[in-house]
Design a protein around this ligand. Structure first.
Ligand code: XMP
Ligand code: MG
Length: 190
């Protein structure tokens, strides 16, 4: 874990059972993803869409590694249902500020679980006549998929465990951790 989280006093760290992806591991992967995207989008001007809130840190770090001109925008969606499960019903909480018609779109997602959120988003953007749509997800849990959907670019394939940190939350907490880890089981049952 990063040292500034261990320097005494009350810390979010005491809720973490295990660090799965260190800050350095995540940053190295994002550098690779940025290089790949920069190659693939050479000569184009993609609109990079951050799916709030979970992807906000990934978005910030990723766009710094992209060397082609981009524009960016934010979208917030919510799925109804239990805190750690997706119900499949998706609602747009905040829509884009700009039209997507004729644009090359890169959707930036924190994690793909069932795939329902993303398949809904892709559907919306297709109906708005985007020129192309690709998905970059930092984390992917393929074992949990209920709809057919593969990210075009993926950071890490992870097992079916609920992870927090680096933008990802449990009940809105832990987003500010610089690494990704799993919570102690007692946190869920408190
Ligand atoms: P679906 O099932 O639509 O879900 O692919 C994607 C969204 O579910 C949330 N999610 C998680 N959030 N830790 C989290 O903090 C997790 O392990 C996790 N798995 C899914 C997340 O909001 C994602 O955008
Ligand atoms: Mg969430």
């Amino acid at each position: 874990a990063s040292s500034y989280f261990t320097l005494g006093g009350p810390s979010l760290l005491q809720d973490i059972q295990e660090v799965l992806y260190s800050e350095e591991t995540i940053q190295n992967k994002i550098k690779e993803l940025g290089e790949t995207l920069s190659r693939e989008y050479e000569g184009r001007n993609p609109l990079v869409i951050c799916v709030l809130k979970g992807a906000f840190i990934f978005m910030a770090d990723l766009v710094k590694r992209i060397t082609v001109p981009i524009e960016l925008d934010f979208m917030a969606v919510s799925s109804y249902g239990a805190a750690t499960k997706s119900s499949g019903v998706v609602k747009i909480i905040k829509d884009l500020d700009v039209p997507v018609q004729g644009r090359d779109i890169i959707i930036v997602e924190d994690i793909i679980d069932s795939g329902l959120t993303l398949s809904y988003l892709i559907d919306v953007l297709e109906r708005r006549n985007a020129l192309s749509i690709s998905v970059v997800a930092l984390f992917d849990k393929p074992a949990r998929r209920t709809v057919e959907l593969e990210p075009d670019y993926r950071g890490f394939e992870i097992p079916d465990a609920f992870v927090v940190g680096y933008g990802l939350d449990y009940a809105e907490k832990y987003r500010n951790l610089p690494f990704v880890g799993i919570l102690k089981p007692e946190i869920y049952t408190k």
